[in-house]
Design a protein around this ligand. Structure first.
Ligand code: PRP
Length: 192
């Protein structure tokens, strides 16, 4: 067998930054914050920003006690490398209208803030009743543009994180915790 085939993707993880248990407990607490704000009558739409937020949305929604809908939007930054280029595009738009609706943007990470800034400006033009933002991870030290964030799971340092929906070169999204990738893994390649 090719020796490459015998290595595990877990060998590429330098360390665990946020464990499965910590993620679970924090999501339950975040859901409680949201349960205190929204009611059935609000019927908010949770907008999952694909791809990175799919796992966060799936776990968060199970702990919400008010009626809500979910919808999906795929956003990507142009450019290669491990950092956002600041140029953002919509790959998949919402199925539903948010006109007059309460919206919760669900993100996996806010880094430079360019993606969220783009999303918020885009939503402002769609005439929602309100917009709040939930992000599992926040890297405030990396911010290049000020963006409002209402629900934050974890503030993290400027490390290259992956797992729990977050990728490197489209891999590692299935890792069940937030890990820090070994530098040699992403220094070998240039893909986002
Ligand atoms: C990631 C993440 C955010 C964005 C944050 O998306 O999901 O949307 O980058 O970076 P910023 O604050 O510097 O703009 P990515 O473009 O990697 O797409 P993905 O979610 O499909 O992996």
């Amino acid at each position: 067998m090719d020796p490459q085939m015998m290595t595990s993707m877990f060998d590429d993880v330098e360390r665990v930054l946020v464990s499965e248990q910590e993620i679970h407990e924090r999501i339950v607490a975040l859901a409680d914050e949201m349960n205190a704000i929204y009611s059935d009558a609000d019927l908010p739409i949770l907008v999952c920003i694909l791809k990175g937020a799919f796992m966060f949305l799936a776990d968060l929604t199970r702990h919400l006690q008010f009626r809500h809908e979910v919808d999906f939007m795929e956003i990507s930054s142009y450019g290669a490398g491990t950092t956002s280029s600041g140029v953002v595009r919509i790959l998949l738009d919402l199925a539903s209208s948010v006109d007059g609706r309460h919206v919760v943007i669900v993100e996996d990470i806010v880094d430079t803030g360019h993606t969220l800034d783009y999303i918020l400006r885009n939503f402002a033009a769609r005439n929602p009743a309100s917009v709040r933002v939930a992000t599992l991870l926040n890297k405030p030290s990396r911010r290049e543009i000020e963006v409002p964030v209402d629900f934050v799971g974890f503030e993290i340092p400027n490390a290259f994180v992956m797992g729990y929906g977050l990728d490197y070169a489209e891999q590692y999204r299935n890792v069940p915790y937030i890990g820090v990738l070994k530098p040699e893994v992403y220094q070998e390649g240039t893909e986002d």
